[in-house]
Design a protein around this ligand. Structure first.
Ligand code: SF4
Length: 85
């Protein structure tokens, strides 16, 4: 997936969902690649931000339920399958 560098993770979040994405701790984070790490990359940067996020549980649930990839809720997913935590 190619990500436009002008895109923030928050703009990728489903605005129609009721989980309160506007409170996402990652909103506006400029390090886009950190949220979609290569398998050999550490994702401590993203995980640390998720640790303080008020919607963490709902975020992880959303990722699993809707087949997301990347770091969601402090965990890494590949098409909804938990890869690392
Ligand atoms: S748990 Fe992490 S990925 Fe999910 S909204 Fe919060 S900061 Fe973003």
């Amino acid at each position: 997936m190619t990500i436009n560098t002008a895109t923030t993770l928050a703009t990728l979040l489903p605005l129609s969902d009721a989980r309160g994405w506007h409170r996402a701790a990652c909103r506006g984070d400029p390090n886009h690649e950190a949220w979609f790490p290569y398998p050999s990359d550490d994702f401590g940067y993203a995980r640390a931000i998720c640790a303080g996020c008020p919607i963490r549980a709902g975020c992880a649930e959303f990722a699993a339920d809707t087949g997301q990839s990347g770091v969601w809720g402090g965990r890494e997913y590949d098409r909804g399958r938990l890869v690392r935590e």
